[in-house]
Design a protein around this ligand. Sequence first.
Ligand SMILES: Nc1ncnc2c1ncn2[C@@H]1O[C@H](COP(=O)(O)OP(=O)(O)OP(=O)(O)O)[C@@H](O)[C@H]1O
Length: 256
Amino acid sequence: MLPSAQDAPVLVQVREMYKSFQHGSRKLEVLRGVNLTVRSGEMVTIIGASGAGKSTLLHCLGTLDLPTSGEILFSPVGGGTPTDITRLPPPDLAEFRNRTIGFVFQFHHLLPEFSALENAMMPALIARTPTRQAREQAEEMLDAVGMSDRLAHRPGELSGGEQQRVAIARALAMRPRLLLADEPTGNLDTRTSAEVHELLFRLNLEHDLSMLIVTHNMELAQQMPRVVRMADGRILEGDGQDVDPSNEPESPLASE
Ligand SMILES: Nc1ncnc2c1ncn2[C@@H]1O[C@H](COP(=O)(O)OP(=O)(O)OP(=O)(O)O)[C@@H](O)[C@H]1O
């Protein structure tokens, strides 16, 4: 953890989170009592073997899925009593997600018919932000990710790394408090992966943005300030302790 993040206020606290899926008569327990605290401006990397529950944790934290039990306590802006977002009614949840969370996935999911600028404006337009303001916010983030000279390009006219930069700009255009990234470089070559990680690192510092990044890339995880290791639906180490990613058992996806 960066020294500055150690004393920062808590942004989100996951308490005793369980998540199971029902398959016919069989119950698959994917998260089995996860506890995790992320502070404001903190960058956390999550590692662990395939099937450990990393994406499920991210989906629940990002309110894309609901845990079976447990609490996700988000501190309000400026402090005060945290809100358990697992109890928010659906309309409030959608609003919370749109304003508080940014998502970046392994595949960028940009809309092919729209330009880089239009893609980055989309979340703000969905939130009914006036077009001019949406455009300004999107342009500012596209500039921050080094894409200001590609605004009119469609995704098919961009390289893989550039597409992921646009996806990052789109995720950050609403100025979320938490960025959730699920293998954001899993689809990129080694050099481009390193560049995208470097970009995330810089955005974390410059925008004091909290980030949770799932990765199989141990080399890059080793450079990250805080590493949390998951196995079998639990956090083994890293919530309050340092993890040495070089001890991570070899994953079939380790080269991604
Ligand atoms: N919607 C779902 N329905 C049923 N089972 C699911 C669902 N989502 C995930 N699972 C199961 O939960 C387990 C954990 O999946 P998850 O995607 O969270 O793992 P992961 O650690 O992110 O793995 P990977 O590194 O391969 O992406 C897997 O066994 C998976 O099959």
